[in-house]
Design a protein around this ligand. Structure first.
Ligand SMILES: NC(=O)c1ccc[n+]([C@@H]2O[C@H](COP(=O)([O-])OP(=O)(O)OC[C@H]3O[C@@H](n4cnc5c(N)ncnc54)[C@H](O)[C@@H]3O)[C@@H](O)[C@H]2O)c1
Length: 313
């Protein structure tokens, strides 16, 4: 197949690209590098089946030839990223989604929207299943991301219902692994970099808020399975093993024995979710999917990758 991936130089999309190329497909990556990194796709420079287009998907894309699949992965994804680029985040998840749905309709391509667990906001139920409508502050410091993704979901379903576009919807929960931007403030990468650099490990609040961490290879396998399934409604993808932020800090420190870092506490940012855990019953039932990489394996792989990067710097 000929597959287009928006946000192709990002953390998740670069791993998804590797998977699709391994499966023998042709991949066209599109990115404007607002939060992505050129190094994430540097290994694809000489790959025949890969083509890269530097472009902003807020503008309509003109692509010659057929396209079979469109994965819409473009969007700042960390609180630091989307607060720094508030308008761009709203636009890529509105005008960008719209443009790519138009392209999907024109090319008769199947379209997958990468939405997020942030659609559930600061949830009043735990774990979150797809039937929960969420608890989102529409004007808060995360609204440019949460509400824009909710708009993207509505837009995807409207093109499906009214225009007959073949669409898929995923809600991704916290994912970690190599190629994350070390400076984008997401919890796992921040703790690993702090621990490797002997800096204080900064935990917000008392650290009892929870997260559930999925390793990137599990996640991209799930994204691909959703795309190739027949299921149109949203599917949660994430690892249901829930733990506190303080536990994440302790686990990272335990895996970096020589580190001189100490855990310190900082004020909670506004609207930070107190719990976050996916109910993945639907993914299990529809796709036969569940995560297989344990946290200790995943964290160890990631620590190795960033230790290597530190040495090379
Ligand atoms: N990683 C996670 O834990 C997680 C969780 C929930 C949802 N998601 C979603 O998955 C997708 C990928 O996230 P990620 O973690 O890889 O983030 P990332 O920042 O590494 O990747 C996003 C990519 O999109 C690109 N981009 C942004 N706006 C663009 C535009 N207008 N035109 C072209 N390219 C643009 C960025 O430059 C970047 O390369 C995002 O849509 C995000 O909302 C990720």
């Amino acid at each position: 197949m000929r597959i287009l991936i928006s946000g192709g130089a990002g953390f998740l999309a670069s791993h998804l690209t590797d998977l699709l190329l391994e499966q023998g497909h042709q991949v066209i990556g599109v990115d404007n590098f607002i939060t992505g990194q050129r190094e994430n796709i540097a290994h694809l420079d000489d790959v025949d089946n890969y083509r890269f287009i530097e472009a902003d998907v807020i503008e309509p894309l003109s692509i010659s030839g057929s396209i079979d699949r469109i994965y819409h992965m473009a969007s700042p994804a960390s609180p630091i990223g989307y607060v720094k680029h508030q308008v761009a985040t709203l636009k890529v998840n509105s005008q960008g989604t719209w443009n790519l749905l138009e392209l999907a309709e024109k090319k008769k391509a199947r379209f997958l929207m990468a939405s997020t667990s942030e659609c559930y906001g600061d949830p009043a139920v735990n774990p979150q299943s797809e039937s929960y409508w969420g608890n989102v502050n529409p004007i808060g410091m995360r609204s440019m991301y949460d509400e824009a993704k909710r708009f993207s979901e509505a837009c995807t379903m409207a093109y499906h219902r009214e225009r007959g576009v073949d669409t898929r919807l995923i809600r991704i929960f916290n994912t970690y692994g190599p190629r994350m931007d070390p400076y984008d403030g997401r919890v796992v990468i921040s703790f690993i970099c702090q621990a490797l650099n002997d800096e204080d490990i900064t935990v917000f609040g008392d650290g009892r808020q929870t997260r559930s961490l999925c390793y990137v290879s599990d996640l991209v396998r799930g994204i691909n399975l959703v795309m190739e399934s027949d299921f149109v409604e949203p599917i949660n993808l994430g690892n249901p093993s829930e733990l506190t932020i303080l536990d994440i800090a302790r686990e990272v420190l335990a895996l970096i024995p020589g580190s001189k870092s100490k855990i310190v506490h900082q004020p909670m940012p506004p609207d930070d979710p107190k719990v976050r855990c996916p109910d993945i019953s639907r993914a299990r039932k529809i796709l036969g999917w569940e995560p297989v990489v344990t946290r200790s394996e995943g964290l160890a792989k990631m620590i190795e990758y960033y230790r290597d990067q530190l040495v090379r710097r």
